[in-house]
Design a protein around this ligand. Sequence first.
Ligand code: NAD
Length: 280
Amino acid sequence: MSANIIDGKALAQNIYENLQAQIYAMKRAPRLDIVLMGNDDASEIYVRNKMKSAEKIGLKTVLHRLNKNDTEADLLALIDKLNVDSGVDGIIVQLPLPEQINTHNIINRISPQKDVDGFHPVNTGMLQNNEEPYFVAATPLGIMRLLQTVCTDLSGKNVVIIGASLIVGRPLATLLLNQECTVTITHIHTQNIKELTQKADIVVAACGVANMVKADWIKEGAVLIDVGINRCDGKICGDIDFAAVQNKAGAITPVPGGVGPMTVAMLLQNTIRAYMQQHG
Ligand code: NAD
């Protein structure tokens, strides 16, 4: 039997239509300020995509560019300015930052009420305490929405996450734990990941290793979420070997067209939430 394809692109489109309707009803368009430091090629593409999607639904974006060699003090001064500007609803600083910058210092400086990436320790701490944070990080939030389309009740599910990053694996593990899942987080030093994934009801691959998860890594009917974005023979592919698992899995997100579109949609949803939380 062929796996159910979880269509992130279609779900994101649906969400955009709802967000657009919400924006039409507002006194002014919510505004997202994006800080881009340096000229990393991938970051340029990610920022362009976010701005394009935002503009399509009527959300305002402002891009602030800093040079690769600017100082941490320059970046902190810009954040301070945006934090107190009541016209700015959400702030994101595109990662990675140049090496002279301490990323934690930057994230910690963004007002938690404007931290639409959900990376500030106030937001991650609230999530950890199972309180409702101002914002949850966009990728894990998008994954939860995708899972809801195939699993109405997550309680008691055995989930294995491959990858323990601050932006994907860790917050996702907390979200799933808060939904009463039994969660195992694995990483580069975990022994025999395959033995763990073979028992999982849900496998989330977020490690950035092309096609790592094969058919013999999963149990029959498992739900697979592929977060990875890798280049394979000139194409984009995920961390799960889609062709190998598609007749064994119960459901799977494609790459591209799965988690990626939902990440952008959730960021824009967070920006609207920022506006509502600050201006009612
Ligand atoms: P990261 O480098 O910050 O973290 C990678 C994690 O995977 C680490 O915990 C590391 O220990 C683990 N890992 C690496 N190699 C491994 C291996 N061989 N076995 C087991 N674990 C291993 O990466 P990240 O920012 O979390 O991104 C992970 C992947 O997800 C990348 O491909 C990235 O492009 C993609 N990504 C996609 C989206 C999206 O919207 N689709 C969003 C964020 C990240």
